[in-house]
Design a protein around this ligand. Sequence first.
Ligand code: OAD
Length: 227
Amino acid sequence: MLTGAGVSAESGVPTFRGGGRTAVWKGMPFEVISSAGMVRSNLPEVWEWFDYRRGVLSTCRPNPAHETIARWQDRFDSFTLATQNIDGLHAAAGSREVLELHGNAWRARCLKCGGREELREKPSDVRPPVCVACGGQMRPDVVLFGEMLPERVWISAAERAARCDLCFVVGTSAIVYPAAGLPYAAAEAGAFLVEINPEPTPLSEACDATLRGAAGEILPLLDEEGA
Ligand code: OAD
């Protein structure tokens, strides 16, 4: 199962694309404000943007799509969930061992020693936060444009895709690589590919089934039917 922003849309988390919109903050496209270059040139502004996003996330709760996905981890002998989302809503719904390809907005990482800390446990008035281990400046522990994915997480996702029989691709525009390459790797391994998305994507043509609609409606229906 690969998920993207669309799986959290019904929880009130804004998507980046879709419906003809793209995300912009303070007049900057998110590719600019969410970039490796901004961490170097203006770390306080990156924090302001992620504090704003966490403010939005703090009001959001898992929806029936997250809940169905959490149930499926016990329904299949072997089940892997990889997400591009940084909102933590899969874990909040009860999913275990979520492969967070793009990190987590609720975590900070030290620029100096690489140490990680939960932001819920750090005072919110110190920006950038200071690392308790070494006193270094911290950044959001998320993958920004121009950065590599966390290596161990990526390797696990790629390995599981290569051994996959059935691959659900839910709520992603399927254009941001390398994550968007995972379903193709699964298909290459012989997996049956199912896309759940109200809109077509560049992946749609490669899919064996495309279910057009909202994840929070379609996934619970599949669950009911025992499909
Ligand atoms: P996007 O915002 O690009 O795409 C969201 C997708 O969800 C679109 O294809 C919508 O049609 C679909 N969608 C909207 N509502 C839905 C619903 N209720 N149910 C199912 N699908 C729905 O989000 P991602 O593909 O996740 O990366 O974006 C990938 C990456 O681009 C993000 O992780 C982020 C961004 O740059 C980084 O920040 C590194």
